[in-house]
Design a protein around this ligand. Structure first.
Ligand SMILES: Nc1nc2c(ncn2[C@@H]2O[C@H](COP(=O)(O)OP(=O)(O)OP(=O)(O)O)[C@@H](O)[C@H]2O)c(=O)[nH]1
Ligand SMILES: [Mg+2]
Length: 296
């Protein structure tokens, strides 16, 4: 019997939501970085278990103090994704000092009729005793199940799949068997470049950046030429992205291209350029292109 359903994956920034989704899907469908607020919009990843299609909704991290229009709409996006979900998975970084954000999220969900599970992630980083104490602390807020996993090593991840296989409703599959994500390749490739920027540039710079795929040309020999623009907000940010004699942007481009070759399984020519666009955070077109709302 075929089963299918949507699971919203929510949690504080940096909890490991995207890493967990990639691990459940078994392929890279969403980008990951050590910095908070990496995911900016909702991305679907499709995991299969037996005859069950588990459609995972990656969402931006939820935090209480969003300031910019972008941040506010990111947090909004995470909450709205719950509406479409059949089940909810709250991911918590078990290695944190404070669980205020996770507690706030769970308190807001306490009356949900949907199936709600808690995933204590990053168990590779903490002693088992602390983990059990943490699970006990959260237990009153969780009506269904608590899982303890390492999204990074894969430890415990299969149990989550088995759980949703058991609890999702009988339904036809929404995606073809070989489709792992809903993200068009133009957007995914821009995300990959943004991931390399998040992993290489520091402090506020990654947050001042938006990457857009401007052109995508496929050639008869199977190769693809991808042209991307990296928008920064200030003239002074441009030389940082370029680096001395262009070293930084070359490194970003080389790393992104390497990933794209793996993902697209064909030769890739990647062209990156940087443009100053002071008000990209107030450009409705960019929000629309990734499905984010454009409220104040
Ligand atoms: N040690 C360890 N690190 C992990 C684990 N899961 C995720 N990480 C790391 O935690 C950081 C954040 O991971 P992401 O998957 O980007 O987290 P996220 O919740 O999607 O973050 P946002 O998109 O910013 O909300 C990355 O550096 C990951 O490598 C884990 O199980 N163990
Ligand atoms: Mg993420």
């Amino acid at each position: 019997m075929k089963k299918c359903g949507f699971i919203a994956v929510i949690g504080a920034p940096n909890a490991g939501k995207s890493t967990l989704i990639n691990s459940l899907v078994g392929s890279k469908v969403t980008i990951v970085s050590h910095k908070a607020q990496t995911t900016r919009n909702r991305i679907l990843g499709v995991a299969l278990k037996g005859e069950t299609q588990i459609i995972l909704m990656d969402t931006p991290g939820i935090f209480s103090t969003p300031k910019s229009r972008l941040e506010k709409n990111m947090v909004r996006q995470a909450w709205t994704s719950l509406r479409e979900a059949d089940g909810i998975m709250v991911v918590v970084d078990a290695n944190r000092q404070s669980f205020d954000q996770a507690t706030l999220i769970l308190e807001r969900l306490k009356d949900t009729e949907k199936r709600l599970i808690l995933v204590l992630n990053k168990i590779d980083l903490i002693p088992r005793d602390n983990l059990l104490a943490l699970a006990a602390q959260f237990a009153p807020l969780i009506k269904d199940r608590i899982f303890m996993v390492s999204a990074l090593t894969g430890d415990g991840v299969e149990d989550i799949k088995a759980y949703w296989e058991e609890h999702l409703p009988a339904d036809t599959w929404l995606f073809p068997e070989d489709q792992l994500s809903d993200l068009p390749l133009r957007l995914l490739s821009a995300e990959i470049t943004r991931e390399e920027i998040f992993n290489r540039l520091h402090e506020e710079l990654p947050y001042a950046i938006w990457v857009e795929t401007e052109a995508w040309e496929e050639f008869k020999n199977g190769s693809v030429k991808i042209t991307q623009c990296i928008y920064v907000r200030k003239e002074s940010q441009k030389p940082i992205v370029l680096g001395k004699e262009g070293h930084q942007i070359k490194a970003i481009g080389a790393a992104s291209r390497k990933q794209l070759i793996d993902i697209l399984e064909r030769p890739v020519h990647l062209f990156l350029h940087v443009k100053v666009k002071t008000n990209w955070m107030d450009d409705p077109r960019l929000y629309k292109s990734v499905g984010l709302s454009f409220k104040e």
